[in-house]
Ligand binder design. Sequence first.
Ligand code: ADP
Ligand code: MG
Length: 260
Amino acid sequence: MKIISELHKGTDLVLSAEGVNRSFDGFKAINDLNFYLAEGELRTVIGPNGAGKSTFMDLITGRTRPDGGTITFHEDDGHDIDLTKLREYEVNRLGIARKFQTPSVFNNHTVYENILLSLNRPRGVMSALFYKPTKKDLEEIDVVLELIRLTDRKHDLAGFLSHGQKQWLEIGMLLAQKPRILLVDEPAAGMSDEETERTGELLLSLRGKHSIIVVEHDMEFIRQIATKVTVLHQGHVLKEGSFDEVSSDPTVKKVYLGRQ
Ligand code: ADP
Ligand code: MG
């Protein structure tokens, strides 16, 4: 079912998922899912618990395999790559980075070292720490630190950061890898209102530089960052559109917003 060409003529797509299915013990977690992400787009994906949001990210990143359907990464040079045939690290190497819900930073290393470690994609922590960074490396680290607003915490141990700051640091560690696609699962969970807003600003500032999918529950946050919203329900796209289009849709209200 090649419907890409009809629907997205003239759009630069970076990712297409078509007719994707994934069942767990007969339960359809993902059910005939079609999803298209444009280059540089910031997309929010919402939906009730169990809608299949995290499973969709698992499918994109090679953590889970679909029972059927295609998930295609469209490379810069026009090549299409079937992600469903690749292992997790192979997908990551293509420039598809995923941020899980819980931050996983190296608490016993400084903020600077954490970013340095990701910059060089090291095999081991020790070899990476003995690596002498080039001038360009140092400049890149400073750019990332500015973006995630942790410049003044550069030489502090990551363990001393707040929960929100650790989330930003981890986003910074992914940015240091210069991903083409960034997948972010519920970044605002457990954050203060101020941290949540700051996270929204951070993601907005990345628009155009990376193609981003953000899964989130916090409606205020979605209102802040949303350009195009996809509503997932029972593993299928229920509605796609602007925040206003989506939030005023009666069916969406019924399955999701009504429960808020
Ligand atoms: P969401 O992230 O939207 O809350 P999930 O993608 O985590 O939803 O889950 C979708 C459905 O698939 C849920 O019913 C969940 O229990 C089921 N599911 C997800 N992963 C697995 C798995 N590895 N084994 C069995 N069931 C799973
Ligand atoms: Mg989830």
